[in-house]
Design a protein. Structure first.
Length: 267
């Protein structure tokens, strides 16, 4: 298992900025900034008669890198797939029409047994990097369609371990260290070992990348893992964590009240 990842070259870029220290004056300097580009996720799926069709599912603003993981995690947390067996593979799409689309389009091929209710997918094709919920077209659509049964027993963490997790996360955030502009999501063992970490300008993208990486490595469900996110525990992050089977979600920032309510209809 990998403790962290190197910062992909496409995930940052250099820019000339004006820096002001104290009362000034402003000084021109080169700075390293987090990259943000649109990623189009296309679906390949089986149709009647034995053929296959392709269709755009969503466009999200993300930091380039681990795009296959991002797409896989997005499909799982949106309830389109339930596990690795539903996914034949994810790869960059070669047949793009515009130069700017190169490297910014991926195609996820679904297994033949997976049916997709496109009419029921209540999501616009554009999602901002700052908020994955903002693409939803209704309040009902905010609640995802399915969630695995979470473990009734464990995992259990010592208080001291919980307090150590943020420092371990921060020490492994290569993207944040170099740009100051990326969120992080990380998986830990119950004894506090860092197992996997992903970063992105969008907190929901960082978590989708993390869950997608775990999915492609056949780790799901993540019953015996602990999730830590670098920001607050937003509603969507809670849902994504539950979709991956995570029983423990820790966050550097506090949740809002809505995040602490049980879903409607639950016991």
């Amino acid at each position: 298992m990998e403790p962290a990842i190197l910062l992909p070259a496409a995930s940052y870029e250099f820019a000339t900025v004006q820096k002001v220290r104290g009362e000034g004056p402003a000084e021109e300097a080169s700075d390293q900034l987090a990259a943000e580009e649109p990623l189009e996720i296309r679906l390949g799926y089986a149709v009647a008669g034995g053929g296959r069709a392709h269709r755009t599912l969503s466009v999200t603003m993300r930091t380039p890198g681990q795009d296959e993981e991002l797409a896989a995690g997005f499909l799982l947390t949106e309830g389109i797939i339930q596990g690795k067996a539903d996914l034949l593979g994810v790869r960059p799409c070669p047949d793009v029409q515009k130069p700017e689309e190169a490297g910014n389009v991926v195609r996820a091929e679904l297994a033949a047994h997976v049916s997709v209710d496109f009419q029921g997918l209540e999501r616009h094709f554009y999602t901002s990097s700052s908020c994955g919920v903002c693409g939803k077209t209704s309040i009902d659509a905010i609640q995802t369609t399915s969630c695995p049964v979470l473990p009734a027993q464990g995992p259990h963490l010592a208080y001291a371990t919980v307090h150590q997790l943020p420092a371990r996360l921060r020490a492994a955030q290569a993207g944040f260290e170099q740009t100051g502009g990326q969120h992080a999501a990380a998986l830990f063992s119950p004894d506090g070992e860092l197992l996997l970490l992903r970063e992105d300008v969008g907190r929901h993208n960082a978590l989708d990348k993390l869950i997608g990486a775990a999915l492609l490595q056949d780790w799901l469900p993540l019953h015996n893992h602990v999730l830590l996110v670098s920001g607050r525990a937003s509603f969507e992050l809670v849902q994504k964590a539950a979709a991956a089977g995570l029983g423990i979600l820790a966050a550097v920032g506090p949740p809002a009240a809505w995040r602490c309510r049980p879903p409607s209809g639950s016991a």
